[in-house]
Design a protein around this ligand. Structure first.
Ligand SMILES: [Zn+2]
Length: 139
């Protein structure tokens, strides 16, 4: 999925709040978790950052992050719009701060936290390998 290129930052900020659910990336992760026999709940609001997938008993959480909004380091999709650059910078920084705080809170609570970037979901084999590796401890 390509990042949106809206002209009006206020409108795009509004749209960013309407989080898409059931995106292709999330479906790919769900398929791998199911195939590996991991039980999970979706969009767990009771946990910091509302992880996309989590198992509170086994203490793991998986976030599926869009590369653009969540700033995947070194990723070609992590572009910055040239217009309203200050607005975007502030927005991205706020996202990153929120993400980091959620991960920290979960880890402090003993959770294994996995960040899956959107671009990583396009290769099923490597996605499977990553999730297997990351969730080995909690399986
Ligand atoms: Zn990426």
């Amino acid at each position: 999925m390509r990042p949106p290129k809206p002209a009006d930052p206020r409108r795009s900020a509004l749209m960013a709040k309407v989080r898409q659910r059931g995106t292709a990336a999330e479906l790919a992760v769900a398929a791998v978790l199911r195939a590996a026999g991991h039980a999970y709940r979706l969009n767990v609001r009771a946990l910091p950052g509302s992880p996309d997938f989590a198992n509170r008993t086994k203490k793991w959480a998986v976030f599926v992050h869009g590369c653009f909004w969540h700033r995947h380091p070194g990723c070609a999709r992590t572009t910055t719009p040239k217009t309203n650059a200050a607005f975007w910078q502030a927005k991205f920084e706020a996202n990153q701060r929120r993400d980091a705080a959620a991960v920290q809170s979960l880890r402090d609570a003993g959770f294994t936290v996995v960040i899956v970037w959107e671009c990583e979901t396009e290769n099923a084999a490597s996605l499977r390998a990553k999730l297997q590796r990351s969730l080995k401890r909690v399986a």
